[in-house]
Design a protein around this ligand. Structure first.
Ligand code: ZN
Ligand code: ZN
Ligand code: FE
Length: 751
């Protein structure tokens, strides 16, 4: 792993043990030559495992004994551009404890906000080209002072070869801009930011991978004002807590959650709420997206603040990518923030904060970005030259380098024009960074996804083959790939949407899958979506559609709370759309069923942000409830009895019970489908993927039922179960096709 101080670490270790030799970064890892007696070398290699830098990742150590002589000392082989480029660039690393204490001890770096060392600091966000050397990063404009230079060259120093090394004299600086002018003195900047936060104002603060908008998370007026200015963005805001104690005051966090919160990756971790911050932070959801400080400036700022928590949300206009440029920030965030605090080092690779949730004791990624990208996923097969375009929402793309898949950072929703620019730019950046040239392109089957259209365009322009991969095939394949499975499995994809081969929308899919192909064993019932896309943002439409499909005119819809309060004239209109099949595509999406139930329960009839309805439904589940509703297993899975049960319960039962029973029902369906497939096809491995499985209650319940029934169950850990992980699935499915193409065409089409 480059950029995590591994070579200097090896150097210091060799010196400590009195060994001579050299260390070299190579494509297949780090090569160390040590000359000395075998016992010392043995101790040396044990120490490598014991004391490796936190962000390094040792997969294995191979020792090849050989008689050598002639090394007089130990040295690091200077990095050089090699043909077969190293694919492992380090993700950005949160500031380390040593650097934090240096903030008050190192005279050249007192309160210096860009302090870093070989164990911490920016990496992926500042690199433009390999190898990872200062000249190839956005530090290249900063000339090291004599002191930094001495440390950089002192092998025994913690900052030896720390590429972004800097100090108060020679490194990057913050600059605050507001209507009342500019401030360049850092202490004054901090005072000003703190003052504005206390006064309920919003500050745009440049982070590691982009700008963030910051305000006091305990002042509801400030948070509401920020929401209004951010263009009606109703998504829950992530919150940066001062420290662990503050997290524990407001959230419930178990051991695994605390481990993620404090890891060097520093993601946002979704936690259960204990105490409400400002009401508007989570907008009624009972979870909080918590993050701990990861840049020196965050720590320094909290020193001046009394509040235990500040909102830390992406600096963008709703739907657009996070802003990285200082000029763009002035233009676009000028009306949102009261001051803009940037710094004079360019962010070359935009990275949002990653978002994770702990499910079943391990992490489940919701957004894979800072701290994770561009760490590769190891594959059991060769994916060289494949470019997988991803899906539409929460897009990421993925490139194949040998037996490694390198997935891009979260790029966002490709319906947004700015996001498509970022997407294309990132594909270009990855190609350069990893000296990658696509030989085969894979994309979704959806003809209108921007990723599909652009993938086809690229394939045509480059005269290389193109293949479409079914959306749910890709979801399941993503999970198989990261779990090292290459065989026939039971694949269950519970998801929102996915282009189906019968012209309908799929998303409640029970499949028999291998990388080559899939067989659709059964699926959730098809239900019309009156209004198309509108039925996604207005869950009451789905509630009506489900009810009307199963019960027609036999019930009085006006008595159901979800419809009672809602546009009196609109029900007959919806009915007509459905009957006459006007703009009412049919969907088997599990997401739509969750939408419908959430609306029926009165939790969310109009959705103000992505997945609000299912999130509110999950958020309202009671604990310790084992009962469930009936359903019918026909040619498809029919939820008529489920909905009937819910309607009856709505008269005299509490929502937490109804919600838990509904979730239990879906888990039962998952179990029964898996058992049916096992009986017929003799398969015992179940792979769960798709965005609906980000639901902690549902995934844990399904996992529990399946393992109790002796299934081997696999879930996504390294890439998201939502559409953010789909490019990995496309890549591995394509890799099998690539093999087919090269084996059957007589010549190697793929290169
Ligand atoms: Zn450090
Ligand atoms: Zn310096
Ligand atoms: Fe999906």
């Amino acid at each position: 792993m480059q950029g995590v101080g591994f070579r200097p670490f090896i150097f210091r270790l060799a010196v400590k043990h009195g060994l001579s030799g050299e260390v070299d970064n190579r494509t297949d890892g780090v090569a160390v030559i040590v000359q000395g007696d075998l016992r010392t070398i043995d101790k040396f290699s044990n120490d490598i495992l014991k004391c490796a830098p936190p962000a390094s990742q040792i997969k294995s150590i191979q020792v090849n004994p050989k008689a050598i002589e002639g090394y007089k000392s130990f040295s690091i082989v200077k990095s050089r551009v090699i043909d077969d480029l190293i694919t492992e660039i380090s993700p950005d690393i949160a500031v380390c404890p040593d650097c934090l204490s240096d903030l008050s001890a190192d005279t050249g770096r007192l309160n210096y906000p860009f302090i870093n060392c070989t164990n911490c600091g920016p990496r992926f966000s500042i690199i433009s080209r390999l190898p990872y050397d200062r000249a190839q990063t956005s530090m290249n404009g900063f000339r090291m002072c004599t002191r930094c230079s001495a440390e950089y060259n002192d092998i025994l120093d913690r900052r030896f070869h720390a590429q972004p090394i800097a100090c108060n004299e020679c490194g990057p600086r913050y600059l605050l801009r507001s209507t009342s002018g500019e401030i360049s003195d850092f202490d004054k900047i901090l005072e000003e930011i703190a003052g504005q936060i206390v006064a309920g104002k919003t500050v745009a603060l440049k982070g590691t991978g982009g700008y963030f908008l910051v305000c006091d998370a305990l002042q509801n007026e400030a948070v509401t004002r920020l929401r209004d200015k951010k263009h009606r963005d109703q998504k829950p805001f992530a919150v940066m807590f001062r420290d662990i104690a503050s997290v524990k005051e407001f959230c419930n966090a178990d051991r695994n959650e605390l481990k993620e919160l404090t890891s060097w990756r520093r993601p946002v971790v979704i936690l259960r709420q204990k105490k409400v911050l400002a009401e508007s932070v989570s907008n009624g959801l009972r979870t909080t997206g918590a993050i701990l400080p990861y840049m020196p400036v965050h720590y320094l700022l909290f020193r001046l603040l009394k509040t235990p928590a500040i909102v830390m949300t992406s600096g963008n206009i709703s739907g657009e990518p996070i802003i990285t440029g200082d000029a763009e920030a002035s233009v676009k965030l000028g009306s949102v923030a009261d001051s803009i605090v940037g710094y004079n080092r360019e962010i070359l690779n935009r990275v949002d904060d990653s978002v994770v949730r702990v499910i079943n004791g391990g992490i489940s990624l919701i957004r894979r970005s800072r701290g994770f990208v561009p760490r590769p996923v190891d594959l059991a097969l060769d994916a060289e030259g494949i470019l997988a375009m991803g899906a539409e929402e929460k897009n990421s793309f993925c490139i194949g380098k040998g037996r490694q898949a390198i997935m891009s950072q979260y790029t966002g929703d490709l319906k947004d024009r700015e996001t498509t620019c970022f997407y294309k730019e990132s594909i270009g950046r990855f190609s350069e960074l990893f000296s990658f040239s696509p030989a085969f392109i894979a994309a979704d089957l959806h003809p209108d996804y921007y990723s599909t259209v652009y993938g086809k365009e690229l394939a045509e322009r480059m005269k290389i083959p193109f293949t479409g991969v079914q959306h749910h095939h890709a979801h399941i394949a993503s999970c198989m790939a990261e779990n090292g499975l290459d065989e026939k499995v039971i694949g269950i994809s519970l998801d929102g949407t996915g282009f189906g081969t019968d012209g309908r929308i799929w998303g409640g899919e029970f499949l028999i899958v291998d990388f080559e192909d899939y067989f659709r064993y059964t699926h959730f019932d098809y239900v019309p979506m009156p209004g198309g896309e509108k039925a996604v943002t207005e869950p009451w439409r789905m509630a009506f559609s489900y009810m009307f499909k199963y019960f027609g005119d036999t019930i009085d819809y006006n008595k159901i709370p979800a419809f009672k309060s809602h546009n009196p004239g609109s029900l007959p209109l919806l009915k007509e759309m459905i009957i006459k099949n006007i703009n009412s595509p049919e969907s088997s999406g599990a997401g739509r069923l969750f939408d419908a139930v959430s609306a029926l329960a009165g939790l969310c009839t109009i959705s103000r942000f992505d997945s609000e309805a299912p999130m509110r439904l999950e958020s309202s589940t009671g604990s310790g409830i084992e009962s469930y509703y009936p359903y019918t297993f026909g040619k498809t899975i029919i939820f008529a009895d489920t909905l009937k049960g819910i309607i009856v319960d709505l008269y005299d039962k509490e929502i937490p019970l109804i919600s838990a029973k509904f979730h239990n029902t879906v888990s039962r369906v998952v179990l029964e489908a898996a058992e049916r497939i096992r009986n017929e096809a003799g398969l015992n491995k179940v792979v769960l993927s798709g965005g609906v499985f980000q639901n902690k209650y549902l995934l844990e319940k399904s996992f529990g039922l399946l393992t109790k029934s002796k299934f081997e169950v696999f879930t996504n850990r390294l890439v998201p179960a939502n559409d953010g992980g789909i490019s990995l699935g496309q890549l591995v499915v394509a890799s099998k096709k690539a093999k087919y193409v090269s084996e059957h065409s007589g010549k190697n089409n793929i290169n």
